[in-house]
Design a protein around this ligand. Structure first.
Ligand SMILES: Nc1ncnc2c1ncn2[C@@H]1O[C@H](COP(=O)(O)OP(=O)(O)OP(=O)(O)O)[C@@H](O)[C@H]1O
Length: 295
C-alpha cells in the first residue's frame, strides 16, 4: 500500500490552506503535527476525497484516488474531528447502523461490530447509549466506526482532542496496535500524541511541511540549543522577551527556566538535550515579547 501526495494544494479563494505538499506514505503511523489552522483538516479531507485539490494529485498504488471512486473508499476509514453520532443509539446499534450505511452485509456486520467493540475496549459499554459515554469512550466508538470495513488506510483527525492523560495513553496504544497492518495518519497539536508512536512526523505550518522525519531526525534538525538556568525575577522577564521559553518554575534559588537559544543565554546556563516538545516550540512558539505570544 502506497499513498502519494504530489504537489498537493488547496486554495479557498485567494487563501492557500494546503501548499504544494509532497509525501509518500506506506504502512505505519504518520503524525501531522501543527498548530490550529495549519491545514491539517483540509489535507485530511482531500485524502478522504471530501475536498478536491486545487492543484496536484493523490495517488494510491499509482492510481488517482478521485478516479478510483468506490474502490478507494473501500480502503479508507475516517474519523473526522467532530464526528456525528446518534445520542439515543447504543454503541452496538450505532455501529450496526453505520455498517449498514457502509453496505456491509448484516451477518458480517454483527460479527465485525462485536469484534471491534472488544478491540477498542468498549465491551462493557456496548449497550450504553452514545450520549452517556465519556469523551474518550466516544472517540473509541468513533475509531470503531472508522474500522468497520477493515480499512488499509485509517485517517484520524485530532483523535485525542479533549481526552484526559489516561485516555490519551490508551488511545495511543490502540492506534499503535491498529497500525500493525495498515497506514494510519493522525493529526494533532499535542506533541506526546505522536512522539512515541509515529514512524514519521510531519510538522505542518501555513499549509506546508516545515520538516518531516522520525522524532530523532526532527530533533537533530534543530540548530539552536536548549538551555536550563536559574534566574532572578528581572532576568527571567528579560529572558522571556528574548528567547522562546519552554518551561519555567519558581525554585528555592530563583526562577528555573528552560529555553531555546543559539547562544548561551546566561553565563551559568547549562545545555540540555532537546525533546520534540522543544522542537515544537522552536518552530511554532513565540517569545513572550512578541504579539499574540502564547507564553
Ligand atoms: N471552507 C473553507 N473556506 C475558507 N477557508 C477555509 C475553509 N476550510 C479551512 N479554511 C482555512 O484554511 C486554514 C486551514 O484550516 P484547517 O481546518 O485545515 O486547519 P487545521 O490545521 O486542521 O486546524 P485545526 O486544528 O484548528 O482544525 C484555516 O485558516 C482555515 O480558516
Amino acid at each position: 500500500m502506497e499513498l502519494n501526495m504530489n504537489h498537493l494544494t488547496k486554495k479557498f479563494g485567494d487563501f492557500t490552506a494546503v501548499d504544494h505538499l509532497d509525501l509518500t506514505m506506506t504502512q505505519g503511523v504518520y503524525g501531522l503535527l501543527g498548530v490550529n489552522g495549519a491545514g491539517k483538516t483540509t489535507l485530511m479531507r482531500m485524502l478522504c476525497t471530501l475536498l478536491e485539490p486545487t492543484e496536484g494529485t493523490i495517488t494510491c498504488n499509482g492510481k488517482d484516488i478521485l478516479k478510483m471512486g468506490g474502490d478507494y473508499r473501500k480502503l479508507l476509514g475516517y474519523l473526522p474531528q467532530d464526528f456525528g453520532f446518534y445520542p439515543e443509539f447504543t454503541v452496538q446499534d450505532y455501529l450496526l447502523y453505520i455498517a449498514a450505511l457502509k453496505g456491509i452485509r448484516p451477518a458480517v456486520a454483527r460479527r465485525r461490530v462485536k469484534e471491534l467493540i472488544s478491540r477498542v475496549g468498549l465491551a462493557n459499554a456496548a449497550k450504553k447509549k452514545m450520549k452517556k459515554l465519556s469523551g474518550g469512550m466516544k472517540r473509541r466508538a468513533g475509531i470503531a466506526q472508522a474500522m468497520l470495513n477493515n480499512p488499509k488506510i485509517l485517517i484520524l483527525d485530532e483523535p485525542t482532542a479533549g481526552l484526559d492523560p489516561n485516555e490519551r495513553i490508551r488511545f495511543r496504544n490502540l492506534i499503535s496496535e491498529l497500525s500493525e497492518d495498515r497506514l494510519v495518519l493522525l493529526s494533532t497539536h499535542i506533541v506526546s500524541d505522536v512522539e512515541y508512536i509515529a514512524n514519521e512526523i510531519c510538522l505542518m505550518k501555513d499549509g506546508r511541511f516545515v520538516h518531516q522525519g522520525t522524532s530523532e531526525q526532527l530533533i537533530s534538525s534543530m540548530t539552536d540549543g536548549v538551555w536550563k538556568c536559574t534566574a532572578s525575577k528581572e532576568q527571567a522577564a528579560f529572558l522571556m522577551k528574548k528567547y522562546k521559553v519552554s518551561n519555567m518554575k519558581t525554585g528555592a534559588h530563583g526562577i528555573e527556566l528552560r529555553m531555546i537559544s543559539r547562544e548561551r543565554p546566561l553565563p551559568d546556563a547549562v545545555r540540555e538535550e532537546a525533546t520534540l516538545e522543544d522542537l515544537f516550540l522552536y518552530y511554532f512558539g513565540e517569545k513572550a515579547g512578541e504579539d499574540h505570544a502564547a507564553i
